[in-house]
Design a protein around this ligand. Structure first.
Ligand code: SF4
Ligand code: SF4
Length: 111
């Protein structure tokens, strides 16, 4: 590998590492629910041992921000999962693993 190529590889690795850290930091101390992916099945509500989630109707304003597929899902079920009280969360990540739509991301707790 030429010296120029080595520099290019090192630069790409450095940028992807920085981006990855930034992405993880974005969720630190909170739970993100992708409302376009969520179909309101309620599994996370049942599985969470700390009752962090609630199911409620999504507002018209929020529907406007959904993806095309997200808007389509609302035609069948208007309910979505919302974080009721993040302070109760113990970061067990059971919700992340249980969601069949991979709609939940739990950030690390800020102590
Ligand atoms: S976040 Fe996932 S598990 Fe929870 S209601 Fe939505 S689709 Fe179901
Ligand atoms: S990480 Fe555990 S405690 Fe926190 S919301 Fe998910 S299931 Fe509930």
């Amino acid at each position: 590998m030429s010296e120029h190529s080595k520099w290019k590889v090192a630069l790409v690795l450095w940028i992807s590492k920085k981006c990855g850290l930034k992405k993880r930091a974005a969720f630190q101390g909170k739970i993100r629910i992708d409302k376009s992916a969520c179909d309101g099945c309620g599994v996370c509500v049942k599985k969470c041992p700390k009752n962090v989630f609630i199911l409620k109707d999504i507002s018209d304003e929020e529907i406007a921000d959904l993806s095309f597929m997200g808007k389509l899902k609302v035609r069948f079920r208007r309910k979505k999962s919302y974080v009721n009280d993040y302070n109760l969360c113990i970061s067990c990540k059971l919700c992340e693993r249980s969601c069949h739509k991979f709609a939940i991301q739990v950030g690390e707790k800020i102590e």
